[in-house]
Design a protein around this ligand. Structure first.
Ligand code: PGA
Length: 257
């Protein structure tokens, strides 16, 4: 694989700035520079500035969500230019918690992607099927429609900067990660679904991450799974030692393969 693996810490709605500082310091200290893995932290909005100040250029910073307009009367929302000014280079878009709890639609997700690209933020587009969709044999259909719903309106050059995270909803926060076979199948299907939007040659460079109950015990296996270019980590990213163990599993993958 040409690009470095990407491992993203999604802290969700956890941590005041002082707690975020301790956690970010722990991760920062454990990472060498240069390092064979790209590491990105996605703290809550209120901790972005604190984390940005201490990670410097060694780690990347991401927003967990973004609004599709750049400014205006949207109480409680954060825009892409604001995230960019706070030091972000990445944004999570369409996380299943946003889709499920906040009723985000594919059309809104598509507008959010455009907003990211206007502000030179790289979106990490999250897709994934629910348990009932999997049981009904609809996984592939759901993934393809989430990809197409998000990307079809974007100009071609913009589609190329997208990173995709496959996060089966049933694996998030449940301790039940997807099996190697399920991940291989979903990732290769996602690449096929991406071809009409990014082109055959570019699809090989589009990073597809896995997320859903990634932890230090399953990360070495995940890192050596074909088609996995990194991980999106929730619960296990809230402890510096467990998150850096996952990062190290990705750092060691070239030695194992
Ligand atoms: P989890 O969350 O690692 O706690 O399952 C992953 C995510 O929601 O991105």
């Amino acid at each position: 694989m040409a690009q470095k693996p990407l491992v993203v810490a999604n802290w969700k709605m956890n941590g005041t700035p002082s707690k975020a500082k301790v956690l970010a310091e722990g991760v920062h200290r454990a990472m060498g520079s240069p390092y064979p893995v790209e590491v990105v932290l996605a703290p809550p909005f209120t901790a972005l500035e604190t984390v940005a100040r201490l990670i410097g250029k060694k780690l990347g910073l991401a927003g967990q969500n973004v609004h599709w307009e750049d400014a205006g009367a949207f109480t409680g929302e954060i825009s892409a230019p604001m995230l960019r000014a706070a030091g972000c280079r990445y944004v999570l878009v369409g996380h299943s918690e946003r889709r499920r709890l906040f009723h985000e639609t594919d059309a809104q997700i598509a507008k959010k992607l455009s907003a990211c690209l206007r502000s030179r933020l790289r979106p990490i587009l999250c897709v994934g099927e629910s348990l009932s969709e999997r049981r009904q044999g609809r996984t592939r259909r759901v993934l393809a429609s989430q990809i197409s719903g998000a990307l079809k309106e974007l100009p071609e050059h913009a589609r190329k900067s997208i990173i995709v995270a496959y996060e089966p909803v049933w694996a998030i926060g449940t301790g039940q990660n997807a099996s190697r076979g399920q991940i291989i199948d979903a990732h290769s299907w996602l690449r096929q679904a991406l071809v009409p939007f990014v082109g055959e040659s570019r699809v090989r460079q589009t990073r597809v991450l896995y997320g859903g109950s990634v932890n230090p015990a399953n990360s070495a296996d995940l890192a050596s799974t074909p088609g996995v270019d990194g991980a999106l980590v929730g619960g296990a990213s809230l402890k510096a030692s467990s998150f850096t163990a996952i990062v190290r599993a990705f750092a060691g993958r070239d030695k194992r393969s």
